[in-house]
Design a protein around this ligand. Structure first.
Ligand code: ADP
Length: 322
């Protein structure tokens, strides 16, 4: 394989740049020409290939986001859109493609690989909801940003006896919320995977107030049935019971923007290099992930359309350590 391309797709994740850098540098070392595709699948459809050498990826490992840009592209979900992408790849003599992205992006890479093109996915999403990788690029940084927010909220909360409903990202997967709650010592956590009765949260907060806590933190995943806004609405009628003054903080995209942690830089580097190894070996249609402390290539057909279940033991731990 002599000419490969790399793209980033879907939600950006800190550490994507480390993966791009690793693809470009390991590819070049193997004697390949490497091209970056700007703006994900839309750039692929438009044939936006940029030749990239080792020096073009200098000074990017410490940057969040993705230097290639990312996009959401409806056209790629259609067979006609993917045919256009295929023509652009073939027209530019590209023989293999690395797709760095999350669940949606890997569904796209599977669809392209089913059309006969050699594709290798790299597990990258702050949600950590991809089957085929215990941990994905961006999770550690996003988690540490959420943690810093909790630490700060506790400081200000203590001064005013406030309780904070802190909403973190996670539409379908509560991994980030759960881990942030455990690491941040939150009073409780609300996940998309587990339905809660909001009366129970009122009780938890009231109990914390009665025990003399100076602050309380409820970490809420954005995709939970009761997100932070809905919970706050519900709590309006229970203010006296709760005791604490309530405030809502929605972290939103702040979680994505950080400089990647050491773990995300290392993971990005390993998975990016692993993806090029797969292409060089002729192992296509796989997702390169990190499983049981080692690189692992899992067939994309076993990855797409699946969700990673939440660890209920950790959920219980989060609830008993309040
Ligand atoms: P993420 O990869 O972060 O989960 P998205 O779910 O937004 O992000 O998906 C990113 C892109 O992947 C979409 O905009 C689309 O171009 C492509 N994609 C998603 N689902 C499919 C699908 N079923 N078939 C083909 N391409 C898809």
């Amino acid at each position: 394989m002599k000419r490969i391309a790399v793209l980033t797709s879907g939600g950006d994740a800190p550490g994507m740049n480390a993966a791009i850098r690793a693809v470009v540098r390991t590819g070049t070392q193997k004697g390949m020409e490497v091209f970056g595709v700007s703006l994900g699948y839309s750039g692929l459809i438009d044939g936006k290939f940029i030749p990239m050498g080792p020096r073009d990826v200098g000074g990017i490992i410490q940057k969040g986001g993705t230097i290639l840009g990312s996009a959401r592209c409806e056209e790629f979900k259609t067979e006609a859109g993917r045919m256009k992408a295929l023509r652009a790849l073939n027209g530019n003599g590209i023989e293999g493609l690395v797709v760095i992205g999350g669940n949606g992006s890997q569904t796209g890479s599977y669809a392209l690989s089913e059309m006969g093109f050699p594709v290798v996915g790299v597990a990258s999403t702050i949600d950590n909801d991809l089957v085929g990788s215990d941990i994905t690029i961006g999770v550690d940084t996003a988690l540490n940003i959420a943690l810093e927010a909790i630490d700060r909220l506790k400081v200000t909360g203590s001064s005013h006896q406030r309780a904070f409903l802190l909403e973190v990202m996670g539409r379908k997967c509560g991994y980030l919320a759960l881990m942030a709650a455990i690491a941040g010592g939150a009073e409780t956590v609300i996940l998309p995977e587990v339905d809660v009765d909001p009366h129970e949260i009122v009780e938890i907060l009231a109990n914390a107030y009665e025990r003399g806590k100076s602050h309380a933190i409820v970490v809420v995943a954005e995709g939970a049935k009761y997100n932070a806004t809905k919970l706050a609405e519900f709590f309006e009628e229970h203010n006296e019971e709760i005791g604490f003054a309530l405030r809502v903080t929605i972290l939103g995209h702040v979680q994505r923007g950080g400089s990647p942690s050491a773990q995300d830089r290392i993971l990005g580097s390993r998975l990016g290099a692993g993806a090029v190894d797969c292409l060089a070996k002729g192992e296509y249609g796989v997702l390169v992930g990190w499983v049981s402390n080692a690189l692992k290539a899992t067939p994309l057909k076993d990855v797409v359309g699946k969700t990673k279940p939440i660890d209920m033991e950790l959920f219980e731990l989060a609830r008993i350590l309040d």
